[in-house]
Design a protein around this ligand. Sequence first.
Ligand SMILES: Cc1ncc(COP(=O)(O)O)c(C=O)c1O
Length: 354
Amino acid sequence: MSEARVRLRPDVASIVPYRQGRLAAEDAFKLSSNENPYPPLPGVVEAIRSIDFNRYPEASTSRLRDRLAQRWGVGPEQVIAGPGSVTLLAYLIWASCTQQEDVLYAWRSFEGYPMLASSAGVRAIQVPNRPDGGHDLAAMLAAITPATRLVLLCSPNNPTGPVITRAEFVAFMAAVPRTMLVVLDEAYAEFVTDPDAVRGAEELPRHPNLVVLRTFSKAYGLAGLRMGYAIGQEHVIDALRAVALPLAVTEVAETAALASLDHEPALLERVAHIVERRDRVRAGLLEQGWRVPAAQGNFVWLPTGERTAEVAAHFERAGLIVRPLGDGVRISIGEEESVEKLLRSSGEVVAPLS
Ligand SMILES: Cc1ncc(COP(=O)(O)O)c(C=O)c1O
């Protein structure tokens, strides 16, 4: 008997689903998803313990929205929270692009961008990074056409690591049409130590076409609860509210985010440890002869070219789960105990590579 197949959108078959970094194996360090290696703070755990989740959450997450608005010096109507900043990226695409229009971003960058563009049925225009792993903003500018509705900038860039400098950003924004939406994805902003890096929140008042995207997943260690937010002009944020999935942010996540803000000094102390570890890892890798781009997130990038799978397998045998991505390996900065193991393994593979 022949099986009738349900008719689906023809382009869906060619979408490559999001692939998660490998989950932890026993006795291995999971350095594949740019997570925070520290366990949740007791104060944050305590805050969410007594939430009744037989009721729906408050749809506008007004407690968090108001708190974030105050923090960034904007109106509450300029902030929207979402279940992870990846969901807000989807809302941004839905709200700005129709099917014949383009979203433009650097490549390689966050794995979610191509997948979100294709699932929305919009065209993705990818502009290759500079050799140093940074965004090639001149080439991105040249790639803008009347069909470009949205540009995604990622600073620091996941997975390569460099930031966009303020000077580069300002020059870019001066050259793009004011009617075209630009998103500055700052998922790793708290790890940035480069004084020349662009700081999205400071740029917002000058650029009405800018949306800044932040997350509680990385520095604040709430990846498993899913909480991100966007800040921008009210009419843009209103458009995101219009397309948002209803009730997608749970009260548990909202409460944990608020508690994290209450405990920010303790969390930022952890961030400082990760940053110190990152700089130590990068220095060790450079000393071994690796060409590691500037690392301003909680990860480092090894340009391993065709030997990427082999190098990732080598790390895995040593008990380090890393993330092979096309022509390089991204390694998240994890527990202190992983550092020595990591540098030992990287030292073993660099010689045959060079
Ligand atoms: C650059 C970038 N943007 C957005 C995200 C999505 O993060 P989340 O949905 O956990 O907020 C990630 C996650 O890795 C990321 O690397």
